[in-house]
Design a protein around this ligand. Sequence first.
Ligand SMILES: NC(=O)c1ccc[n+]([C@@H]2O[C@H](COP(=O)([O-])OP(=O)(O)OC[C@H]3O[C@@H](n4cnc5c(N)ncnc54)[C@H](O)[C@@H]3O)[C@@H](O)[C@H]2O)c1
Length: 334
Amino acid sequence: MKATPRILVTGAGGFIGHHLVKRLKKDGFWVRGIDVKPTDYEASPADDFALLDLRLWENCLQATKDIDQVYNLAADMGGIGYITANHADISRNNILINTHMLDASRLNGVNRFLFSSSACVYPQYKQNDPDVTPLKESDAMPADPEPGYGWEKLFAEELCRYYKKDYGFETRIVRFHNVYGPLGTYEGGKEKAPAAISRKVALAEDGGPIEVWGDGEQTRSFMYVDDCVEGLVRLMASDHSEPLNLGNDRLVTINELIDIISRIAGKKLKKQHDSTKPQGVRGRNSDNTLLNQVLGWEPKIDLEEGLAITYKWIENELRKAGRLPALTAGQMAD
Ligand SMILES: NC(=O)c1ccc[n+]([C@@H]2O[C@H](COP(=O)([O-])OP(=O)(O)OC[C@H]3O[C@@H](n4cnc5c(N)ncnc54)[C@H](O)[C@@H]3O)[C@@H](O)[C@H]2O)c1
């Protein structure tokens, strides 16, 4: 009988990592979770959860000992405000994590290594129009990625490809497009648009103002975290070692995103656009042609459905923190 693979998830104290550990445990795997910090909202179900700084080589050797498969999700990252303000820290930290994790995995005899890249690797010159042509994997070159975060992701992708070519080391490379869902960061500067907007809508008075970064006409696509985890598991099991998009391909403007979340909250809000705030590229969407070919599947959870779950979770967190009034018995019964 073949032994069940022992799996390492790095970044297991973070958003996607924590959801992935839960899924892998449900599927019956033995899982080690590593992060530099504990999980934020609930305990990790990992069989072994340890705090290690993966920028350090010896910690990567320790983390990958007796492991068959690695999902390398640990990264210094955040929303557009964070990644545009911290180019040096993000680039240095993530190059150290990814280089050490990749080599430690190879030396410790890991069978498969999945690297979590990002749509931020795509060239800025292809994303100047809100009505953007969806980005296919081959569009990444000639390179002109997001400064800092996009460059280090692109370099780490290339490093994975070199390891496959020179050492025959099995790597998988996923390019996430904006992942959202419950148990993610929703304030403090590292949160992404769906969580930040959900928090702002929850805290806003009905009929009151809501701050919008830029003119709100910039476009993105958003993938619910359960789809993200499903895609990760499928990609790991596949034979595809070249970069693969993992995202939803429904394009919405940030203004539309605010309207959807406001409707979920039952509020009417007045948008106040702030052109001094960073807004990233003008438009970005995922071309899922290759994803469908390789995995025979693509993300399918509806944006309204995923945002309703996410909004309710953030609203509840704010209630627990005493920043929104507790629900009355009548409201709870509704
Ligand atoms: N969430 C998205 O929309 C999105 C989009 C594109 C790419 N990604 C990539 O997916 C991965 C997971 O993202 P996430 O949204 O869960 O982010 P997250 O910030 O919630 O999780 C990343 C985790 O890595 C940990 N980490 C950072 N530095 C570390 C270190 N030196 N040693 C050990 N752990 C360290 C952090 O503490 C954090 O818990 C990252 O590689 C990220 O770049 C995410």
